[in-house]
Design a protein around this ligand. Structure first.
Ligand code: GDP
Length: 471
C-alpha cells in the first residue's frame, strides 16, 4: 500500500532540549536529504546531490549536520537526523526523524521546509494508523499507544504495556483461531453429512469450544469487571456541610497523592478536578462546593453542579464533623447520597476525647464509616485502603492478570460469548449446521472487531481521533 508522505512535530509544544520532526512515506528520505547538510559535506555550496545523500545515509544511523533552506542557503539549526528505511520502522514505511533544538519557531520553520518539499501535515494518530494499516500492530496495540501516553498511574501503565506487547491480541487471536477451526469442521459437516459423526463426535466439538473459547472469553470479561478501574479510574465526590473539613482533606490528598496528569481531549471541566493516585487507582476528585441550603445565586449554581457531580460519581465521601452533634443539614445531605456508593467520613476526630464521635442514626449503618483528622493526617491511610477495597474488592494486579480489556473490547467479547454459547446449545440440540455456522461466523467477526480485522471504518477513525498529531 503506497501512501503519500506525512510529517509532523512529534514532541510537545513548548521549549525543551530537543524537538523531533517525524516524516514517514516513500519520499521521506529524499525530502530530508533536500534540506539537510551532513557534517563533512562541502560547505561552499557544492553539496552532495540529494539523491546521493539519501543513498549515502545508512538505515538506522544518526547523522549530524544542519538544516539548510535549499532556496537561499539559510542555516536553520544544527541537528541530528536518523533515516530508517522500510520495513523496520514504526510505520513500516521509510521514516526520518529530525532532532532539532526544541523551540516553537525552529520546529515550525523546519516543518515548513519539510512540507515545502512535498510532505503533507499528518493527521492526529496517522503514524500509528499507518503502523496498524501495514499490519505491524493490531488495533488493540494501537489503542495501547494512547493508553501509554495517557497513563496516570504505574498500574495503568502496566496494563497498557501488556497490551502494546500484544498480550490481549494473542488471547483474542487464540480464541478466534479455535472458532475458525470449529467453523471449518461445521462447514465440512454441511458438505459431507455422512462424516458428521467423525467431526462432531460425542460432544467433542462442544467440549473444545467450551474449554478453549467460552472459558477464556469469560475470563477476559471478568478481568474487565474486576480491574478496568485501574485504567479508567473512578470519579469521587467529597461532600458535606460547610466547615466539616472537605478542603482540608482535598488539600492533603492532593499534596500526597496527586497523579501525574496528561490532558485528555474531550473532558469537560465545570468543577476544578484533580487526579489522585490512590493505591494505583486514578481517582478524579472534584473540589465541590458545600451541599447546603442557600439563597446566594452564585452558590446555588455551585450546589447544582455538586449535585450533578454526585450523580456522575462512582464513589462519594460524605464528611461530617465528628466533634459536633449531627445537624439537620447532615441528614439532608445523607438523603441525597445514600443511594450512591459512599463512605461516611467522620472528620476532626482529634477534637473528640473518647474518639466515639456523634451518635449516628441506625439507618446510616449500611454506609461504611471511617474516622479521620484531615488536619493532622490521622486515619488517611485507612481511608485510602477503604477506597481501594470498595473500588477493587480483592483484585491484585499481577503480570499474569494484566490483560485488561477496555470497554470497546469488553462489549465485543460479550457478544462473542453470547454467540458461542448459543452455538454450543445449538450443537447439543442438533440444530441444523447451517444455523450453527452463522452464529460461529458472527462470533469470529466480533473478535475481529477487537483486533481490527472487521472493525467499522467510523470506529477506527474514532479510535485514532483520540491521538495527538505526531503520534
Ligand atoms: P470545608 O468548608 O468543609 O472545606 O472545611 P475546611 O477544610 O475549610 O475546614 C474548616 C475548618 O475546620 C478549618 O479551620 C480547618 O482547619 C478545620 N479542620 C479541618 N479538618 C480538621 C480536623 O481534622 N481537625 C480539626 N481540629 N480541625 C479541622
Amino acid at each position: 500500500m503506497e501512501q503519500d508522505t506525512i510529517a509532523a512535530v512529534a514532541t510537545p509544544v513548548g521549549s525543551g532540549g530537543i524537538g523531533i520532526i517525524k516524516i514517514s512515506g516513500r519520499d521521506a528520505l529524499s525530502i530530508a536529504a533536500a534540506i539537510f547538510q551532513k557534517t563533512g559535506d562541502a560547505t561552499d555550496g557544492s553539496r552532495t546531490t540529494d539523491a546521493h545523500l539519501a543513498a549515502a545515509m545508512q538505515s538506522h544511523r544518526l547523522y549530524h549536520g544542519h538544516i539548510v533552506d535549499p532556496e537561499n542557503g539559510r542555516v536553520l539549526d544544527e541537528v541530528l537526523i536518523s533515516a530508517m528505511s522500510a520495513p523496520r520502522t514504526y510505520t513500516r514505511e521509510d521514516v526520518v526523524e529530525i532532532n532539532t533544538h526544541s523551540g516553537q519557531v525552529v520546529l515550525a520553520a523546519t516543518l515548513e521546509l519539510v512540507l515545502k518539499q512535498g510532505a503533507r501535515l499528518a493527521e492526529p494518530g496517522e503514524f500509528t494508523k499507518r503502523a496498524y494499516l501495514s499490519g505491524r500492530i493490531d488495533l488493540t496495540q494501537a489503542e495501547a499507544v494512547v493508553d501509554i501516553i495517557n497513563s496516570r498511574t504505574d498500574k495503568a501503565l502496566e496494563i497498557a504495556a501488556s497490551q502494546i506487547r500484544g498480550d490481549l491480541k494473542q488471547k483474542v487471536e487464540a480464541i478466534r483461531d479455535l472458532l475458525l477451526e470449529s467453523l471449518t469442521e461445521i462447514e465440512a459437516a454441511i458438505d459431507f453429512p455422512e462424516d458428521v459423526e467423525d467431526i462432531i463426535k460425542d460432544g467433542k466439538a462442544v467440549a473444545v469450544i467450551a474449554n478453549k473459547a467460552i472459558e477464556p472469553l469469560k475470563e477476559l470479561i471478568q478481568q474487565y469487571k474486576e480491574a478496568h478501574i485501574l485504567r479508567d479510574g473512578i470519579k469521587m465526590a467529597v461532600v458535606g456541610k460547610p466547615n466539616v473539613g472537605k478542603s482540608s482533606l482535598m488539600n492533603r490528598l492532593i499534596q500526597n497523592d496527586r497523579a501525574i496528569v496528561t490532558s485528555i481531549p474531550g473532558t469537560t471541566r465545570d468543577l476544578i478536578e484533580e487526579t489522585l493516585n490512590i493505591g494505583g487507582i486514578p481517582v478524579v476528585v472534584a473540589d465541590t462546593a458545600g451541599l447546603h441550603e442557600t439563597d446566594d445565586p452564585v452558590e446555588v449554581i455551585g450546589i447544582q453542579k455538586t449535585e450533578e457531580y454526585i450523580n456522575r460519581s462512582d464513589l462519594v465521601l460524605f464528611m461530617i464533623d465528628a466533634s459536633e452533634p449531627l445537624a439537620r443539614e447532615d441528614h439532608r445531605i445523607y438523603e441525597t447520597i445514600h443511594n450512591k456508593r459512599s463512605v461516611l467520613v467522620l472528620n476532626k476526630i482529634d477534637l473528640v476525647n473518647n474518639k466515639d464521635g456523634p451518635e449516628l442514626p441506625d439507618t446510616w449503618e449500611q454506609t461504611p464509616a471511617i474516622k479521620i483528622s484531615a488536619l493532622y493526617g490521622e486515619g488517611l491511610g485507612a481511608l485510602k485502603d477503604l477506597i481501594v477495597k470498595i473500588a477493587m474488592g480483592d483484585f491484585q494486579l499481577e503480570a499474569e492478570n494484566a490483560t485488561i480489556p477496555n470497554l470497546r473490547h469488553k462489549i465485543a467479547l460479550e457478544r462473542c460469548l453470547q454467540l458461542t454459547a448459543s452455538a454450543v446449545e445449538a450443537i447439543n440440540n442438533k440444530t441444523p449446521f447451517e444455523l450453527i455456522a452463522i452464529d460461529i461466523q458472527e462470533a469470529i467477526d466480533a473478535l475481529g472487531e477487537i483486533v481490527g480485522l472487521t472493525t467499522r471504518e467510523d470506529v477506527i477513525d474514532q479510535i485514532f481521533s483520540r491521538f495527538c498529531i505526531g503520534k
